[in-house]
Design a protein around this ligand. Sequence first.
Ligand code: MIC
Ligand code: SF4
Length: 637
Amino acid sequence: MGMNITQKIVAAHLVSGRMEPGAEIALRMDQTLTQDATGTMAWLQFEAMGVPRVKTDLSVSYVDHNTLQMGFRNPDDHRFLRTAAARFGAVFSAPGTGICHQLHLENFAVPGATLLGSDSHTPTGGGMGSLAMGAGGLSVALAMAGQPYSLTMPRIVRVRLTGRLTGWATAKDIILHLLGLLTVKGGVGKVFEYAGPGVATLGVPDRATITNMGAELGATTSIFPSDDVTRAFLRAQGREQDWRELAADADATYDETIDIDLSALEPLVAQPHMPDRVTPVAKLAGLKVDQVAIGSCTNSSYADLKRVARVLAGRRTCPATDVSISPGSKQVLRMLAAEGLLTDLLDSGARLLECACGPCIGMGGSPVSGGVSVRTFNRNFEGRSGTRDGKVYLVSPVTAAQAALHGEFTDPAGWGTPPAQPELPERAPSIRHLFVDPPADGSSVEVLRGPNIVALETFPPLDDTVEAAVVIKLGDNITTDHIMPAGAEITALRSNVPAIAEHVFGRVDAGFAARARAAGNGIIVAGENYGQGSSREHAALAPRHLGVRAVLARSLARIHRANLVNFGILPLLFVRPEDYDSIPAGAAVTIPAATLTPGGEVPLRVRGVGDIAARNDLSPKELEIIRAGGLLNYVRN
Ligand code: MIC
Ligand code: SF4
């Protein structure tokens, strides 16, 4: 029987398990990427494993999230990452070079390869035909140590594209359309594999926009075929030798199919505060816009920014609207400059920010009080922009440019002729010399640390009986930005768990850290899709530091669930979803942990309520990891 692309890559990398949806599989990882906000922890963990050098084909350590270097903490982290990369055999990308996913796509991503990244938007590489997945830092550290990556074999959804985009609709509108259709939990346990004649009409950066934001569906990853378009992109990058064709067999089967007629799409927008609150831009006409931010790993390619420059050229942005542009890489910046497009952007009134994540993770660029911020990014979670009351709308780059010109949303019917889809030049300027390759033997390199880099904590094994208090009760779709907020000040504490733990749930419930500490052992109760969003393992590690031993939810997001396991926190699910209502915050809960079996049920004694049934969906190995007190203990044992 024929295979689809996902099955082909899985089969070629399968170390153990059966390729059946729902089964636990382990895959060899060819490449890894880390970024600074999750990378300090990942590299500390790698170091703790005692492996002298990374065992992947390629590991890259990027610095792109927190590049502000305010105070010693953040620059110390950068120095640690640079020296750790040299010591352990990774390529280093210094702050300002670009956003990890854009840089990886341009310089390193390979069709048919596996890539594990300590960032939830690692599936950007799916635009190139890599099987690219996000994971917690510890999982990536293990992959760097040569261990296969364990995951649940996903269901494979074929997204069949027909027709071609018309008018002002762009690739961003394809993924926004899917988000509106399927919601932020519609992709859990699935890979979205794109197919059909519409694929050839999309450039690699467009494909990468779609696979990037597939993360917001909760998907394991998304992937495109590798075809002539891919080949031309790689040729322009001076990497044609990395190309190989990748297509589904004619008789390949899928678990599900979704059809999208590209010619029927119009410009769309995701409204506050979820990426699935999608509506046509035309419906918001007249809404005043205080800020426009163009960039992020979703939409910062040369093709994206050239279109923006074409829209803004010779015109003035609305003076009441703050407009910023962050190119995805120095290659993009260089090409914009060489073609005079930078002048068009700057002359329109837009400001140029560094080639980095910037406002996307709240590194400055917050909107005004109660402001409407229109962004080309992928997440609009409440508070993520750095203010409590900012209202973030997610759009394509050309829609953002129109909002910048008018100072409000307007009907695309009045926008005139859209700019043509930019072609990549025959040869794009290489910035390869900016990456620091590791020495052949790094064993004599000293890894430099600062006082904010705190040694890893060792957690005890799971007790036979866990007595815990419900330290917080939450609703549906709680994001890791709710659990462990980002922004310049808090992100500077990523290598200092005791300090960052003080901020857990800080924007939701200011008393949380103190209450959790006082409780000793804690249990978090939540609704559907708990832990969606970022891969930041601090959203598991910091609560663990505060004594959280279990999470009881209606359902859990994939990466966060894996992070809970990695740090020895029990992920438990309600057997009867309605039992959620009966557990009050503050209740004392007894978990008979010794009786847990993989995939089995366990009665929880809730004082004042009685017994309620919980189940787990842990594999035998995952349960052993939790019993050991986490993955690091498990590996050491
Ligand atoms: C994000 O977009 O939320 C981040 C910041 O890139 C995170 C990683 C992090 O928190 O460091 C992600 O997506 O995984
Ligand atoms: Fe950076 Fe934003 Fe992309 Fe996360 S989503 S990697 S913060 S640009």
